[in-house]
Design a protein around this ligand. Structure first.
Ligand SMILES: C[S@@+](CC[C@H](N)C(=O)[O-])C[C@H]1O[C@@H](n2cnc3c(N)ncnc32)[C@H](O)[C@@H]1O
Length: 481
């Protein structure tokens, strides 16, 4: 074996040993405690992949200051320090934050072992047993690497109170780790994080995204094509991504993807921030092919969004289990005598987008039309219906239906809460307009756009209101609407 391959083997052995000890710790820790701490350990292949994303352009004479926040057993710091040594750096200082006392001994042991394995290197480390978000840190770092804890925080928690500038709605601790790290980077600093994908598009992360994209350049995104386990023996079904941000100004973004954490094959795409960041909500879109890039070009250059063209979307107001006493399966029953009923429409009333009413099912097809139900009903008009939930495996993300007022009797209808309905306030939708909009919403292009925009399966009303209407549709019809 050559010296180089010996060093590589030693590194691999240490990482695997760290991983093994982390596994033993995981097995001995209750799920409640793991959830409380957001403690899920990183696979050694992911640790090495994350470490190699730094650019290693700093002068070799410098001491490289690394921060690992939420360090666990130290696998990320060890991988990064090893990469630095491979690149010829000889002076490394690592600061590790970890709040769980039960991992500190192993953390210390692992770092000692790393130091012992690299005798010619000046390697120093400091373990800080403090809450990373609440601790006052006056040092700045060259490189920050982290697999932060993930869990929702109360807005009143001390952590959320400490960082009000990024809070909008319910915060998740991982975004506070990212935001605080952004503040701790030196002018040329870089940070690599593995986190849930939710921050790239989630409504609650809007302020955080603004802050992050304003303070740092987005350099790299890595996605996994399968959702399966990227964390040791833990059932994490969140879609996980690796991102790299830096202080240096750059608009270039690389996007890589692999099937899973074996990284046996990696696809790479080069793009720019201007193309992938949707300007209205700062959503970070994640294209994974040149065809995805074409879709983004088409949609992000569109002249107006659905909302800007005057469309509104609301959610069906009938929550059936809360309004049981107002519902009826038929209007002919003995109990219904003397009452007036109007249609109650559910998703199953739409077959291939066409309304079928009443439908022969057990579910109630009618809702009482009275003062008691007035707030739940809407005027019987033309509406485009959009199903609120769909799964990733479903053929299309957007499933629609048409309501034409002439097909239903009476002045009012009830819509069940799993339906959204699209309308205009200033006038009624025309049939022709509905067909144009409907065809557009179920088109392959819109489906592809939402997949790139948002890893979630859910397309909510805000997503549709913010949907850009590309030129051909706008020019063809809707600008006259
Ligand atoms: C997702 S684990 C990752 C551990 C390790 N970095 C790895 O990648 O294997 C996050 C770690 O952060 C620690 N942690 C949770 N909250 C913390 C806080 N407020 N300050 C510092 N560490 C924290 C947890 O105990 C846990 O070990």
């Amino acid at each position: 074996m050559t010296t180089l391959s010996l060093i590589k083997q030693k590194h691999l052995n240490l990482l695997q040993a760290v991983e093994k000890k982390a596994y033993v710790h995981t097995q001995a820790t209750s799920l409640t405690k793991k959830k409380e701490l957001g403690q899920f350990f990183t696979d050694h292949r992911i640790a090495d992949f994350m470490a190699h994303l730094f650019s290693f352009t700093l002068p070799h004479s410098d001491t490289i200051h690394i921060l690992d926040c939420g360090a666990g057993h130290g696998i990320l710091s060890i991988s990064l320090a090893n990469q630095l040594i491979q690149k010829g750096y000889q002076n490394i200082a690592v600061t590790l934050y970890e709040i769980d006392p039960t991992v500190l001994m192993e953390l210390d042991k692992n770092l000692k072992e790393f130091k012992k394995n690299n005798p010619g290197i000046s390697f120093y480390y400091t373990i800080v047993e403090q809450n990373f978000i609440l601790d006052h840190i006056d040092q700045k770092f060259d490189y920050i690497i982290s697999n932060p804890p993930y869990f929702k925080l109360n807005k009143q928690s001390p952590e959320a109170q400490a960082m009000p500038h990024v809070i909008h709605g319910q915060p998740n601790i991982y975004m506070l780790f990212m935001a605080k790290s952004a503040e701790l980077l030196k002018d040329h600093g870089e940070m690599v994080f593995i986190t849930p994908r939710s921050f790239t598009a989630g409504t609650y992360f809007k302020k955080f995204r603004e802050y992050l994209l304003h303070s740092l350049s987005l350099n790299h995104i890595h996605i996994f094509n399968t959702r399966k386990n990227h964390f040791q023996n833990e059932n994490i079904l969140q879609e996980t991504i690796i991102t790299k941000f830096s202080k240096l100004l750059s608009k270039d973004v690389s996007i890589t993807s692999s099937e899973d954490s074996t990284f046996s094959h990696i696809d790479t795409l080069h793009t720019t921030k201007d193309l992938i960041v949707e300007s209205r909500r700062n959503i970070i879109c994640i294209p994974s092919s040149t065809s995805d890039l074409d879709i983004l070009t088409q949609f992000h250059n569109a002249p107006a969004t659905m909302e800007e063209l005057g469309y509104k979307i609301s959610t069906g107001k009938v929550v059936t289990f809360r309004n049981k006493e107002l519902l009826a399966t038929t209007t002919n029953g003995l109990f219904n005598l003397g009452k007036v009923y109007c249609p109650l429409l559910w998703m199953h009333n739409f077959k291939n987008e066409t309304l079928i009413f009443p439908i022969d099912r057990i579910k109630e097809q009618y809702i009482e039309c009275s003062d008691k139900s007035a707030a739940l009903l809407i005027p019987n008009q033309n509406y485009l219906i959009i199903k609120r939930f769909s799964s990733k495996e479903q053929h299309r993300r957007i499933n629609i239906g048409y309501i034409f007022k002439d097909d239903l009797h009476g002045g009012y209808i009830g819509l069940e809460n799993h339906l959204n309905y699209l309308y205009r306030e200033n006038r009624e939708l025309t049939r022709e307009e509905m067909k144009h909009l409907g065809d557009f919403l179920v088109s392959e292009n819109v489906d592809q756009y939402f997949r790139i925009l948002n890893g979630n399966t859910q397309v909510n009303a805000t997503d549709i209101l913010n949907l850009p209407i590309p030129n051909q549709l706008y020019k063809g019809y809707l600008c006259h609407a």
